[in-house]
Design a binder for this molecule. Structure first.
Ligand SMILES: C[S@@+](CC[C@H](N)C(=O)[O-])C[C@H]1O[C@@H](n2cnc3c(N)ncnc32)[C@H](O)[C@@H]1O
Length: 257
């Protein structure tokens, strides 16, 4: 018997697997954030201790590659639960170490005492993201670095608002609160950088918006799928192009105390 958490995790992996081949063509926001986060880490390059480096929820490796080009040094282990996404990265870059691993189990033993743990757009998919973040901070060795980007509460608020007006369930993934994540990280890390970035995208209606999630395989939801009638209601109550789609992305770079 599978628990609801295991069923959700399996659904997340199935969705990402179904779009693995086209992920990198479609994941423009993720690619931009990976580059930005990696640039933020550049000043740390000279001071990183020796030890394992990993990209957690690496997917096809956008962040691992960006970090390696900014920091040099040993390549990052690319760890993800979705084998087809890892395989996409392997075709581009066969020598990089990869590990299929479900992060809801915590970190593999090989990452205890890590020198660098990085993650972009993955923490929100895990059960209890704040607790997972604390585990990641604990696993770092003193002087080791955490580099994190994660979409947070308040992102694309027009979706729950439209769902409420339409009287239909909102099937969006619940995102972690930036303040809660910061509160977990601060006791462990000397923060070198923290920001809550706002990315504004044009709003072309409910269907193109939902299609953007599907295009990268990020459509898994803990809520049951909307019926055709509910979807029509949501489309009808979606705001016009004057309301932009805004993402709030927490970016953190910190060094273990
Ligand atoms: C939006 S993608 C981001 C991938 C990559 N970090 C990037 O920026 O392009 C989210 C990733 O989190 C991974 N993921 C989700 N739940 C996971 C879990 N429980 N364990 C490991 N990886 C997971 C997915 O397989 C997917 O590769």
């Amino acid at each position: 018997m599978f628990t609801p958490e295991q069923r959700f995790s399996a659904a997340v992996q199935q969705c990402f697997a179904s779009r693995a081949a086209s992920y990198e063509h479609q994941a423009r926001l993720q690619a931009a954030i990976a580059q930005r986060l990696a640039r933020r880490c550049r000043p740390l390059a000279a001071e990183l201790p020796a030890g394992p480096r990993a990209d957690l929820g690496a997917g096809s490796g956008l962040l691992a590659r960006a970090l390696h080009s900014q920091l040099g040094g040993p390549t990052l282990l690319q760890l993800d639960a979705c084998a087809p996404l890892l395989k996409q990265g392997q075709q581009r870059d066969p020598a990089t170490p990869r590990l299929q691993w479900d992060l809801n189990q915590g970190l593999p033993h090989s990452l205890q005492g890590a020198a660098l743990l990085a993650s972009s757009f993955a923490l929100q998919w895990l059960e209890q993201p704040d607790q997972q973040l604390e585990h990641w901070c604990r696993a770092l060795r003193p002087g080791g670095c955490l580099a994190l980007a994660v979409p947070c509460q308040g992102s694309f608020s027009l979706w729950p608002e439209a769902a409420e007006r339409a009287g239909v369930p909102c099937t969006a993934l619940e995102l972690p609160a930036a303040n809660t994540l910061l509160a977990q990280a601060e006791p462990w890390l000397e923060l070198q950088h923290q920001s809550l970035l706002r990315f504004s995208r044009s709003n072309h209606g409910a269907l193109p918006f939902l299609q953007e999630f599907k295009a990268i395989g990020a459509q898994a939801s803990r809520a049951p799928q909307l019926t055709a009638g509910e979807l029509r209601q949501l489309i009808r109550h979606w705001p016009g192009p004057e309301s932009a789609i805004v993402w709030h992305v927490l970016v953190l770079v910190g060094r273990k105390r």
